[in-house]
Design a protein around this ligand. Structure first.
Ligand code: UDP
Ligand code: MG
Length: 139
């Protein structure tokens, strides 16, 4: 995946709260093109693998439970400077610390249930996109 792409998930809390449309509207209005997208549900193993970097953290089990409890929307997004610009758009991990106008400020309720994922590097964007999408699903 080229470095002008990032990977996102609309997390189970935001799907449950009916925010899929509002979040996608804001993402598109912010200049991102949807390259791949699907609604899916992570298995326990999927979530453990996706978040393996956090497996020693105290919140890991809660994170896996949360991310597997209902459907998500996974997407690959394209824009110049996609990784950094998308992290800016979603805001701080803890919505209490997220800037006004960010997705987490608007749609998230807690540091755990924070509505939206965004890749933290070009390398992870590629790994995470490939985790969810095959070549035929990337446009
Ligand atoms: N998380 C949590 N408690 C914490 C930190 C993180 O439950 O104290 C969850 C939260 O859902 C977060 C995810 O673990 O989005 C991954 O954490 P990371 O530090 O990578 O935050 P992000 O990159 O998502 O801002
Ligand atoms: Mg992260």
């Amino acid at each position: 995946m080229p470095s002008n792409r990032t990977f996102t998930m609309i997390k189970p809390d935001a799907v449950e709260n009916g925010y899929i449309g509002a979040i996608l509207t804001k993402i598109i209005a912010s200049g991102f093109r949807i390259v791949s997208m699907k609604m899916t549900q992570l298995s326990q193993r999927d979530a453990e693998l996706f978040y393996a970097i956090h497996k020693e953290r105290s919140f890991f089990n809660d994170l896996v439970s949360f991310m597997t409890r209902g459907p998500i929307v996974a997407a690959i997004l394209e824009k110049e400077n996609a990784v950094d610009d998308f992290r800016t758009l979603i805001g701080a991990t803890n919505p209490k610390e997220a800037a006004d106008g960010t997705l987490r400020k608007q749609f998230a309720s807690s540091v755990g249930e924070n509505a939206v994922h965004g890749s933290d590097s070009n390398e992870n964007a590629e790994i995470e996109g490939a985790f969810h999408f095959s070549g035929r699903e990337i446009f």
